[in-house]
Design a protein around this ligand. Structure first.
Ligand code: PLP
Length: 435
């Protein structure tokens, strides 16, 4: 793909970029400990840590989430206990559940807390299929997109081993689900289809409402992994007409180790993957982690309140990043072309630069992620970039970036400087440029 493009087209021209002084403190009034925690989250200019551009992997904890958790941790209580402390814990959980539900337009009773989106995806794919299969004996096929997270792909493969047929839906060359191809794959034998809302390597927003409508037309169930979407794009499960939706707290400025599965009131309740005390309707038993749930709820509430502000801020930061890279004459192209991406995200191919080497060279100053993963000691190309049609060598030049809520333009400009310097070094090291 890249070889067909002229040199100049690699350099993205960012129009309408205006100098932007958006003081964090004016948007979010903070006390001293919160400021300190966020200074560390920003890194770079305000602390000795690297500037954090790896927001697809995890996002810094929102001060609201941190405060909520500190409050709960200082007040012991098990929601299952018949005493005042237990009742208080149950109230924290009810509040957290209501805030998470509100973020996606669900009813609180439709939210089941899990240990994260990995578990939520497993519960949706394995649990829902195993529950629904005996109800719909003629339906033995699962359809997933080729770019799903491993937490969907692996459970889907387990179902394949249990006798279900697994079909992969392709994406186009900018990483968007190919709806025509998807529709052609659907039939009355489909039990469940799973299409993610935002991809975790490209940030591309997927046509989930259209996909759900197509699946429902053939009578199948529809699940969406919204780990990278919740708190960043508006979600209304009723408008989208979803049966199941997976969430992860740490991808929306909440704590790690908690997530949720939305199960529409009308949808079959997933069979539990673990068994125990019967909490959460026995769909997901186990003592609820009260503090994590309170943190998740607070993060969800904060995200809902700043959805539009975060969107504008993310777009501004990405524009600043691309302009700064262009001004350093760095040759790059956006892998996602004209596809709509989640604000704050950008996935670029740095032409002639080995991305892993770049990340290692810049690691002291900037935290970045590449389009490859180290599995069993071997560097493997990302299945997402492969599905988009990138060659192995092009994929090896891809970095994925997510600029987060608490960063400022100066952080991003400083990061761009470091990336440009590291790219020049990596080019020299790989022999692309000889001086
Ligand atoms: N789904 C997507 C799209 C993700 O990006 C991730 C995290 O990388 C997950 C699921 C897993 O989420 P968790 O870390 O909450 O288990």
């Amino acid at each position: 793909m890249v070889s067909n493009l002229h040199h100049s087209s690699y350099i993205l021209l960012i129009g309408c970029f205006t100098s932007y002084t958006y003081l964090h403190e004016s948007r979010f009034p903070l006390d001293d400990t919160q400021s300190d925690a966020l200074a560390h989250a920003r890194g770079g200019l305000v602390s000795d840590l690297p500037i954090y551009l790896d927001g697809f992997a995890t996002l810094p904890l929102a001060p609201e989430a941190r405060d909520a958790m500190l409050e709960v941790w200082s007040r012991p209580g098990n929601a299952g206990s018949p005493n005042a402390s237990g009742e208080r814990a149950a109230r924290y959980i009810a509040d957290g559940r209501a805030d998470v539900a509100a973020l996606i337009g669900a009813a609180p009773a439709e939210i089941f807390f899990t240990g994260g989106a990995t578990e939520a995806n497993n519960l949706a794919v394995l649990g829902a299929v195993r529950r629904a299969a005996p109800l719909f004996p003629g339906r033995r096929r699962i359809v997933v997109s080729a770019i799903e997270h491993k937490a969907v792909l692996e459970p889907a493969r387990i179902l394949e081993n249990e006798g279900f047929t697994l079909t992969f839906a392709p994406v186009d060359d900018v990483g968007r689900l190919d709806l025509d191809a998807f529709e052609a794959l659907l039939g009355e034998d489909v039990l469940l289809a799973s299409i993610m809302m935002v991809n975790n390597e490209t940030g591309v927003i997927q046509p989930v409402a259209e996909a759900a409508a197509l699946v429902h037309r053939v009578g199948g169930l529809f699940h969406s992994d919204a780990a990278q979407a919740a708190g960043k794009v508006e979600i209304d499960v009723l408008d989208l007409d979803l049966d199941y939706l997976s969430l992860s707290a740490h991808k929306c400025y909440g704590p790690m180790g908690v997530g949720a599965l939305y199960v529409a009131a009308h949808a079959p309740k997933p069979l539990p993957l673990i068994h125990g005390g019967g909490q959460q309707d026995a769909v997901r038993p186990g003592t609820e982690p009260v503090a994590l749930i309170a943190g998740f709820g607070a993060a969800a509430k904060a995200a809902q309140q700043s959805l539009e502000r975060d969107r504008r801020h993310g777009e501004t930061l990405v524009a600043a990043l691309l302009e700064a890279l262009s001004s350093r004459q760095l040759r790059f192209r956006r892998v996602t072309g004209d596809a709509q991406v989640v604000a704050g995200s950008v996935t670029i191919q740095l032409v002639g630069v080995d991305a892993d080497r770049l990340c290692a060279t810049a690691a002291r100053y900037v935290s970045l992620s590449t389009g490859s993963a180290c599995t069993s000691g071997q560097i493997k190309r990302s299945h997402v970039l492969e599905a988009i049609g990138l060659s192995e060598s092009d994929s090896a030049q891809v970095v994925r970036i997510f600029c987060h809520r608490y960063q400022e333009i100066d952080d991003i400009k400083a990061a761009a400087e470091r990336i440009a310097t590291a790219a020049a070094r990596s080019r020299l090291a790989t022999g692309e440029v000889r001086q």
